[in-house]
Ligand binder design. Structure first.
Ligand code: HEM
Length: 159
């Protein structure tokens, strides 16, 4: 059984991150991984954090490609994110232009849960768990906006 528990992020905390097992990408294959990223973004665009992302399809495609490439690299894939996109990735800098409360992180992780569940049985629970744990912990690093856990960024802006 995969445990999709979400623990609360404390703003400013940077818990230690462990990369996902290589087996996650190995079993999924590069094609499967890319399909998973597609699925994830379709969930995101249908979620309460859709407003964080561009409406423009071409812009979104670029984000998908770059994000997918980075995630694949973190799962033990090649270094395409670094070589192709010249991307020395900085988790904090990439996201600091957005106000991200823990509520938005929770919604983002919820999209991932929807995407990962259908992979159960195809990829081992252990490998999915390692990927989930990486998402759950690393996403804490970018929470940069205090909220009462019932409002989203749009509401927060009007305060
Ligand atoms: C493990 C956690 C996360 C990682 C490793 C991550 C990583 C990334 C990467 C690699 C990109 C593409 C950057 C590029 O263009 O090169 C990206 C973009 C983005 N991420 Fe995250 N992300 C995480 C969590 C989140 C969460 C929780 C949100 C909440 C809303 C979020 C919102 C965004 C947005 C809005 C963009 C698009 C930026 C743009 O418009 O250029 N991310 N992220």
């Amino acid at each position: 059984m995969v445990n999709y528990t979400i623990t609360t992020a404390i703003m400013g905390e940077r818990p230690k991150v462990t990369n996902p097992n290589k087996g996650f990408l190995e079993t999924l294959t590069e094609k499967g991984f890319t399909d998973m990223i597609e699925h994830f973004y379709s969930e995101v665009l249908d979620s309460q954090i859709a407003h964080f992302f561009p409406d423009d399809e071409a812009e979104l495609e670029i984000i998908k490609t770059r994000n997918g490439s980075y995630f694949m690299m973190m799962c033990g894939g090649d270094e395409r994110y670094l070589t192709k996109y010249d991307g020395i990735f900085d988790q904090i800098k990439t996201h600091e232009m957005f106000s991200i409360p823990d509520k938005a992180r929770t919604e983002w992780l919820g999209c991932w849960e929807t995407v990962l569940k259908p992979l159960e049985g195809k990829v081992s629970d252990e490998d999915i768990q390692s990927y989930w744990n990486w998402l759950e912990v690393f996403s804490k690093h970018i929470v940069n906006y205090e909220n009462d856990r019932s409002t989203y960024e749009d509401n927060a802006k009007t305060k």
